[in-house]
Ligand binder design. Structure first.
Ligand code: PMP
Length: 445
């Protein structure tokens, strides 16, 4: 790394982390610093840049819109990109989910889901329902409402007096369980924890259950057994509780279907939150998509009391529309499925070489591996090792970007998400694996 790329500290602050090189430009699956070094974006940022960087068709669509209007407040004008993007979004949703509300990011999308659910309950005379059950570990965003659902104590504990912590059930970390049950039986066991919790809370007080259909940053691409979400859907139906899918990370093709939840068509959601890959980093954009049966009573009883200034602005929506067009034109959903199967196979093969690679999981190109001390017991590596930091730094030194978190509730265990843009080809998968293997060798020393 040279002196120009690495500038001294500035007035900007995000969180404690080492200063990184200065970004210059992006192209395809690579990002370049101001010294011209190329970094392979093996995590699409934070699982955002799904169609790769600097896609010319998206940039042109944005340029065309920019020259017309970048902003028109939603109470003053309708705008065509927003209307068209809503139409295109609905075409990709499960039946009945045809009411769209645009926002500017994932946390805002989750907030919108909660507020719509609550207003629906009020509109149909169920004012006692307000609790939204979620899971731990989980990540649903950093605003206080979304944080109250987030099952990562390290992120929420400091704000405890300022928000109401919502009830949580364990995420199905079935791959860690040491029992004689089959995965399907474990899936049911974890799903039934929702039923127990609803009964404990009082069913008449529970509004909704929110879940990432495939786990994201918190659990590291955790895929529940196929029995899990259908049973969750049954339980929600039994008690009249709304099922919200947080598809902020899993949506827009990442898992090899347009929605992560599409892998379980028997378990359709009532409301969906989208962001990240929805505009794929070209603009801050997100959406809540809800079943019309929820939206109509709200609109008929005074309207949805909610909104953000930038919601549905024409430039963001033009970007989102062009991203959806590119996803179709380049058949990126199928490609995520195909390339994901190849990359997952290559990650699986790491187990032969490294005894500390414990679990490889995910769907499509939402993939992760977890490092462990002992593969038989799945005991985590010692916390003091900080493997989740060290391996990322080894990879970064080799100009491969991967994304890591401490798993198991943020307390122990280390997982690494390998989620390159969906445009990736096999030669580029080879490049990821070469850099990753060299990084694991260095880490093992
Ligand atoms: N939900 C999920 C599943 C996420 O992964 C994230 C972001 N990592 C969010 C919500 C919050 O999105 P944002 O950071 O855009 O507010």
């Amino acid at each position: 790394m040279t002196a120009t790329a690495l500038r001294p500290p500035s007035h900007l602050f995000y969180q404690t982390r080492q200063r990184r090189p200065m970004l210059d430009r992006g192209e395809g699956i690579y990002l370049y610093d101001v010294d011209g070094n190329a970094y392979l974006d093996g995590s699409s940022g934070a699982m955002v840049a799904n169609i790769g960087h600097s896609n010319p068709n998206v940039l042109n669509a944005m340029r065309r819109q920019m020259e017309k209007a970048t902003f028109g407040y939603r109470l003053h004008f309708e705008n065509e990109p927003a209307e068209r993007l809503a139409d295109e979004t609905v075409k990709r949703m499960p039946p009945g989910l045809d009411r769209v509300f645009f926002v500017s990011g994932g946390s805002e999308a989750v907030e919108s889901c909660i507020k719509l659910a609550r207003q629906y309950a009020l509109a149909v005379g169920q004012s006692e329902r307000w609790k939204v059950i979620s899971r731990f570990p989980s990540y649903h965003g950093s605003t206080l409402g979304a944080l109250s659902l987030t099952g990562m104590a390290t992120m929420s504990a400091p704000f405890a007096p300022m928000m109401r912590e919502m009830p949580k059930i364990p995420a199905p970390t079935w791959y860690l369980d040491q029992d004689d049950l089959t995965p399907e039986e474990r899936g049911l066991r974890y799903a039934n924890m929702l039923r127990d919790r609803i009964l404990q809370e009082g069913p008449q007080t529970v509004l909704a259950f929110i879940v990432e259909p495939v786990g994201g940053a918190s659990t590291g691409a955790l895929v529940a057994p196929d029995t899990y979400l259908p049973r969750i859907r049954e339980i929600c139906n039994e008690f009249g509780i709304l099922l919200i899918y947080d598809e902020v990370m899993t949506g827009a093709g990442r898992t090899g279907k347009f929605l992560g939840g599409d892998h379980w068509p028997d378990a359709p959601p009532d409301i969906v939150a989208l962001s990240k890959g929805f505009a794929a980093g070209y603009s801050p954009l997100g959406a809540m998509v809800a079943h019309r049966r929820l939206v109509e009573p709200v609109l008929n009883s005074g309207g949805f009391i909610h909104g953000y200034t930038y919601a549905g602005n024409p430039l963001a929506c033009a970007a989102g529309l062009a991203v959806l067009e590119e996803i179709d034109r380049l058949q990126l959903v199928d490609r995520a499925d195909r390339m994901g199967a190849i990359l997952k196979g290559r990650l699986e093969a790491l187990k032969q070489r490294y005894p500390f690679v414990g679990d490889v999981r995910g769907k499509g190109l939402l993939l992760a591996f977890e490092l462990v001390a002992d593969r038989d017991t799945m005991a985590p590596l010692p916390t003091e090792l900080n493997a989740y930091i060290d391996l990322v730094e080894e990879a970064y030194a080799r100009k491969l970007i991967i994304y890591s978190r401490r798993t198991r509730g943020g307390i122990a265990g280390d997982h690494f998400l390998v989620c390159p843009p969906m445009i990736i080809n096999e030669a580029q998968i080879d490049e990821i694996m070469e850099k990753l293997t060299a990084s694991l060798d260095a880490f093992a020393d």
